[in-house]
Ligand binder design. Structure first.
Ligand code: 6GU
Length: 238
């Protein structure tokens, strides 16, 4: 995968790139690059944002600044770019990220993430350059960078070979293998600690019974938690 992150804070991603699974992805030939809007801004003094028409607080990332950055990177009109590449804007009001969307993005050979700052994006960026608006939850962050890292983290760990064990990304929380439910509980040594015993079934060596127990635990957690089913995009009750 070729993953480009457009941001005003590329240094934030230096730490991100040192994570084990990200390093593994890079070693496997995947690419994670950062592009700074400020490097190509057509405005003087490194300006990238402006006050909103109609008034109001905060600053808005300018459409001409984003277009110039996209053109410099891809050497084409960004209106056409989105015909051949998924271009995601990170915005609190977007489609909420879940395991299904992560799988969808992980299947893309090329992916572009656009981070906004301050009050976000001029809407024409969303309308004409982006294929998707994605949010990581119903709260507001100061900028899209942390959200972009969340998306990149979740996507990169889905790529074959980036995690230690081949099955780690298969039977995990919210995966199809667990019917979209949270993962079952895990235990390791010691088998007893301060009188807290690991469930006997896990020590029994009955693989089928262990599988059944785990699936049941997973279903129980789905019932007990407030986790919405993966295809339920409805707003949570107030
Ligand atoms: Cl994608 N951006 C910002 N600024 N805040 C958010 C978000 C994104 N997702 C949830 N909150």
């Amino acid at each position: 995968m070729q993953l480009d992150v457009f941001t005003l804070f590329p240094r934030w991603f230096e730490w991100f790139r040192t994570q084990r699974h990200v390093e593994n992805a890079l070693r496997l030939g995947h690419d994670v690059s950062c592009v700074n809007y400020r490097d190509t801004t057509p405005l003087s003094g490194g300006q990238v944002d402006d006050t909103p028409f109609g008034g109001g607080a905060g600053m808005v990332l300018r459409v001409d600044v984003v277009e110039t950055a996209l053109r410099a990177r891809y050497d084409c009109d960004p209106v056409e770019l989105r015909e051949r590449r998924r271009v995601v804007v990170l915005t609190p009001g977007g489609r909420q990220l879940d395991d299904r969307l992560v799988d969808e993005l992980a299947a893309e050979p090329e992916l572009t993430l656009l981070c906004g700052r301050y009050e976000g994006f001029d809407e024409r960026i969303v309308e004409h350059y982006a294929t998707d608006s994605i949010s990581i939850g119903r709260y507001v962050l100061a900028g899209g960078e942390l959200a972009a890292m969340v998306v990149a983290d979740a996507v990169l760990r889905k790529l074959p070979g980036t995690l230690g064990h081949v099955d780690s990304a298969h039977e995990e929380s919210f995966s199809a293998a667990l019917e979209g439910a949270p993962e079952y509980p895990h235990y390791t040594r010691p088998a007893e600690y301060r009188g807290w015993r690991v469930p006997e079934i896990l020590l029994s060596g009955h693989h089928q019974r262990v599988r059944d127990w785990r699936l049941e635990q997973s279903r129980e957690r789905a019932r007990a938690s407030a986790v919405a089913p993966p295809d339920d995009d409805a707003a949570p009750d107030e």
